[in-house]
Design a protein around this ligand. Structure first.
Ligand code: PLP
Length: 457
């Protein structure tokens, strides 16, 4: 099909929308390592996990073999309110860069929560409701996940308790209030409302909190309450499963025009948007049907894939969660306070970690001032104000497109534009004022943090 037939935005009709999620693990020869019970070091059983997580989500978490899971009608109905998300041919960006590359991005910021996280939030809230629970607890860092979960719980009439990392709670009052609009209760973490919070406060008075610490509090808040379970917005297998909607929609849209990407790029925090975007393409690669390059982009100040080790580690600072085998900087690792670009989690999804260890995916780390420069460049050319997280992928896509210009190669690049930056203007302000620094951990910093890892393997 001739190129000018490809519209600026490719939409899907309701009939073309995916009816199943795709479970990438089913096509992996080397399955991701199981979660371990930190006490016994044995794989977590469904019964153990059901004390913390919703029953049906535990089934999804542990199922490495079933390739497709039907998306329940209620979730598909909710998806219709903001999906399909647009797949945009970045004609303006291509023109501006004078590149022969064809660039596409999948934009997930078209919902009030402003990111892809809603795709899994509604699924997790749905299964909690189906189980007859009263509510769910969770942590949120910058606030995107908490906002998404609040929306999902508000829609289904579930109680939602959010532990928000204290520095974000104070610096991002707008997100906090959006969560309250949807009926969530929001607590700054660490707090006095949990034992683990009190312990962390006693040990580190004045701490502004971390994601790992908020996870510990949210887990405790769930297991100590009748009718509550804990939900997590990234990292877990079930979250990547739900996020496969991103890749499935993108692939269906591209297939309509016979377009095959050569390179698929996504930013990587815990790995959920990247895992979801690449899923159907990686499936083809794993089955030997087609080759693709996949690139995970992470911040130089929190470089779990590029500088971490592939080991069993805790997902949380309080060490109450199961152990996950993943590329990690150590659960005690806290990125520099100067880091403003998100993607702050110390580890990486077990699925993506295994794919990276097997050489099926590449990873690059980028400096935050370069990320914000790319963000502004993109905003001026394509119009969308991008989230700093998403801008990691923008930067890598621009770099690949520039390389195509040098070599004259007409590559097709697909990247994930995960969200909008309306609530990240304090970070943009730092960039504008010249205050933003590139603080990168030293080898000693990382070695010190990795020395604390549990001895498992
Ligand atoms: C949370 C978030 C991310 C990173 O999370 P992943 O699980 O790695 O996808 C990226 N972009 C935005 C906009 C987010 O809110």
């Amino acid at each position: 099909m001739s190129e000018n037939k490809i519209p600026y935005k490719i939409y899907l009709s309701e009939d073309e929308m995916p009816k199943t999620w795709y479970n990438l693990r089913a096509d992996m020869k080397n399955k991701p390592a199981p979660l371990l019970n930190p006490g016994t070091l044995q794989p977590m059983t469904a019964a153990e996990l059901e004390g913390v997580f919703c029953r049906e989500l535990v089934q999804q978490e542990l199922d490495g073999d079933t390739p497709f899971f039907e998306i329940p009608q209620e979730i598909r109905d909710f998806y219709k309110m903001y999906r399909p998300s647009p797949l945009v041919r970045a004609y303006c960006l291509e023109e501006k860069l004078q590149t022969p590359a064809h660039i596409y991005y999948k934009f997930e910021g078209n919902n009030t929560s402003g990111s892809h996280k809603l795709n899994s939030a509604i699924a997790q809230a749905y299964y909690a409701k189906k189980q007859g629970l009263k509510g769910v607890t969770t942590e949120t860092g910058a606030g995107q996940w908490g906002t998404a979960l609040s929306m999902a719980c508000g829609y289904l009439g579930l109680d939602c308790k959010v532990y928000m990392v204290k520095c974000s709670y104070e610096q991002k009052p707008f997100r906090r209030e959006v969560m309250k609009v949807y009926g969530a209760s929001v607590t700054a973490s660490p707090s006095e409302t949990t034992e683990v919070g009190k312990k962390i406060l006693a040990e580190f008075p004045g701490t502004t909190g971390s994601l790992g610490c908020a996870i510990s509090e949210a887990v405790e808040a769930a297991v100590s309450r009748e009718g509550y379970r804990y939900v997590l917005g990234s990292v877990l297998n079930q979250v990547l499963l739900h996020q496969s909607i991103i890749g499935l929609e993108a692939k269906t849209a591209l297939d309509k025009y016979g377009v095959k990407p050569d390179i698929v790029i996504g930013c990587a925090g815990g790995g959920s948007n990247l895992g979801g975007l690449i899923a159907p393409f990686m499936g083809e690669k794993l089955r030997g049907e087609r080759d693709y390059r996949f690139i995970a982009v992470e911040p130089a100040s929190c470089p779990s894939l590029t500088r971490g080790e592939y080991r069993y580690d805790f997902c949380d600072t309080g060490m109450v969660c199961p152990l996950a085998k993943m590329y990690t900087l150590g659960s005690g690792f806290i990125p520099s306070a100067d880091h403003a670009g998100g993607l702050r989690f110390h580890g990486m999804s077990s699925i993506l970690s295994q794919l990276y260890a097997d050489g099926l995916m590449e990873a690059v780390s980028v400096r935050q001032t370069d990320v914000f420069e790319a963000a502004e460049y993109f905003a001026r050319v394509e119009g969308i104000l991008p989230a700093p997280e998403s801008s990691h992928a923008i930067l890598a896509a621009i770099n690949e497109a520039k390389r195509c210009k040098e070599t004259g190669e007409e590559k097709t690049i697909l990247f994930g534009l995960t969200g909008t930056g309306y609530f990240d203007l304090v970070a943009y302000e730092k960039f504008h004022s010249g205050e933003m620094k590139n603080v990168v951990p030293t080898d000693e910093d990382i070695a010190r943090s990795l020395a604390q890892l549990p001895k498992v393997d």
